[in-house]
Design a protein around this ligand. Structure first.
Ligand SMILES: NC(=O)c1ccc[n+]([C@@H]2O[C@H](COP(=O)([O-])OP(=O)(O)OC[C@H]3O[C@@H](n4cnc5c(N)ncnc54)[C@H](O)[C@@H]3O)[C@@H](O)[C@H]2O)c1
Ligand SMILES: O=C[C@H](O)CS(=O)(=O)O
Length: 482
């Protein structure tokens, strides 16, 4: 029913200002993860269509870059207003294709608008420099210029905000874009294109293509007109893209996988830690890159925390994202459920005890019971692999140094969290944790005004904040002889 009533659902691609099908008419079906029902179809385009999209972006680049920052900002502010004005319908579309509870979808769409507004404001602060010249007869300065055509690839877990976080920054800088949303959740991204047109973004500035990822990626990587690849997704795909992009001397931004630790020290406010633990672990049913993956609890409060945390998790209502009171929707697909099952099975086989949950929910489809495991150990898969689901393993530790060592024992470095009321410990531990983002006594820290990104295998570059624009700008040095 929603398909017919949702004004933002588009089953076409946006190329050069036209909404088109694949040249051969091929499509991919898109399913509701809560019911298994087909929502609609999207074009499965090939390299020829993607090349046309890149050509359109290239043709549109000079005029878009030539607009003043204030002109670009005015259009982006209008886009932010349109997203907010249509928040309910956009959130419904997001829940339909991704499954998250409507309240979370509304939060994501609101955040999507916030990123657009933020970069509209930042567009007018792309400053340069003058440099004291070592020559009496020359003047030196630095300007910053848009890199050009940007290829953006986004994941299924945040199909609206991940587009805004990339595309708004690129547009603010004066770049033009070809976006490939995830084939599992394409409609929020396509809706973004409809809104962009309504906001007055000229034809060819924003292009959106859908289909099987490898051929689209190949065109992005091999077409010399693409000057930058910005990617959010798994570390494995990110490393492949970054390697091939670097070989072609394209700029890259990589927002990749995580394995977040959540440390609870003996002196923590336990109730505050439990509330934050639920937020950090079970947001989007555990399907966020900054969800806690490992809970390290100091021996003195281990049993008390485990009991309080498990009790809070038992209260989480599982169901359709459209149902009132539901805070846990389905996982994106059966492959995701199977991965979560394998982590629980492995942990129990190696000595973990299930305090709550532990199996597929009776609702079937993508639903999995919110789960807490105690007596987890570092040899378990869930310690080294990103579970990307609603499972919380509790590890015990004795000393601060042991906690820091365990927390850093991963190739990832996106986000980490810890709870203490000791100010000296906050700085000691915060400085030792090797992560791009840390939360102290907080479990959800993302905001458009702060830099989002990781170190090590969690990627390179930052999104949001004043730093987010840098990834779409090149520096030019001017030496002017008088
Ligand atoms: N750091 C962040 O901000 C962030 C945000 C969301 C998700 N993630 C990570 O993403 C992973 C889960 O998301 P996912 O399953 O969608 O990841 P994924 O890497 O499978 O897919 C991400 C995107 O890449 C595309 N893709 C896949 N193979 C490609 C190829 N060969 N060429 C071009 N594009 C290709 C997909 O179609 C999708 O659009 C997790 O590891 C999560 O931590 C990170
Ligand atoms: O998982 C990906 C998102 O980046 C999480 S957040 O909403 O930005 O915190």
């Amino acid at each position: 029913m929603l398909k017919k009533t949702n004004p933002w659902l588009r089953e076409a691609n946006l190329i050069g200002g036209s909404w088109v099908a694949a040249d051969d008419g091929a499509v991919i079906e898109v399913f509701n993860p809560a019911t298994g029902e087909m929502i609609g179809t999207i074009p499965a385009v090939g390299r020829a269509e993607v090349k046309r999209a890149i050509d359109a972006a290239n043709a549109a680049f000079p005029a878009w870059a030539a607009k003043t920052a204030a002109e670009r900002a005015a259009i982006l502010l209008k886009l932010a207003g349109l997203i907010r004005a249509n928040l309910d319908a956009l959130a419904e579309l997001l829940t339909l294709e991704q499954g998250k509870p409507l309240a979370e979808a509304r939060g994501e769409v609101g955040g999507s608008a916030n990123y657009v507004q933020w970069f509209a404001e930042e567009a007018r602060r792309v400053y340069g420099d003058t440099i004291p010249s070592p020559w009496a007869d020359r003047r030196l300065m630095v300007t910053r210029e848009p890199v050009g055509v940007v290829a953006a690839i986004t994941p299924w877990n945040f199909p609206s905000s991940m587009i805004s976080r990339k595309v708004a920054a690129a547009l603010a800088a004066g770049c033009t874009v070809v976006v490939k949303p995830a084939e599992l959740t394409p409609f929020s991204g396509l809706a973004w294109g409809v809104l962009a047109e309504e906001a007055g973004i000229p034809a060819g500035v924003v292009n959106i293509v859908t289909g099987h990822a490898p051929p689209i990626g190949d065109e992005f990587l091999e077409n010399p007109l693409v000057r930058k690849i910005t990617f959010t997704g798994s570390t494995a795909v990110g490393k492949m893209l970054a390697g091939r992009a670097s070989a072609a001397m394209k700029r890259v931004s990589m927002e990749l996988g995580g394995n977040a630790p959540f440390i609870v020290f003996d002196d923590a406010d336990l109730d505050r830690a439990v509330t934050a633990a639920v937020q950090s672990k079970y947001r989007n049913s555990g399907q966020t890159c900054v969800c806690t993956n490992r809970f390290y609890v100091q021996a003195g409060v281990y049993d008390a925390f485990a009991e309080k945390f498990a009790a809070a998790v038992r209260d989480l209502k599982v169901g359709s994202g459209f149902e009132a009171g539901v805070v846990q929707g389905p996982l994106i697909d059966d492959r995701a459920v199977k991965k979560v099952e394998s982590h629980v099975t492995d942990a129990v086989a190696k000595g973990a005890t299930i305090l709550t949950g532990g199996k597929r929910h009776a609702l079937g489809h993508g639903f999995f019971e919110p789960t807490v495991l105690r007596d987890a150990t570092p040899d378990m898969k869930i310690s080294t692999d990103e579970v990307f689901g609603p499972v919380a393993p509790l590890f015990r530790f004795e000393t601060e140094d042991e906690a820091v060592r365990l927390a850093n024992a991963t190739e990832y470095g996106l986000a980490g969290y810890f709870f203490t009321r000791d100010l000296s410990r906050a700085f000691r531990v915060g400085e030792k944790l090797k992560y791009g983002q840390i939360g102290i006594n907080e479990g959800v820290i993302t905001t458009e005004v702060a830099p989002f990104g990781g170190v090590k295998d969690s990627g390179v570059g930052r999104e949001g904040s004043k730093y987010g624009l840098e990834d779409y700008l090149d520096i030019k040095y001017w030496c002017i002889g008088l």
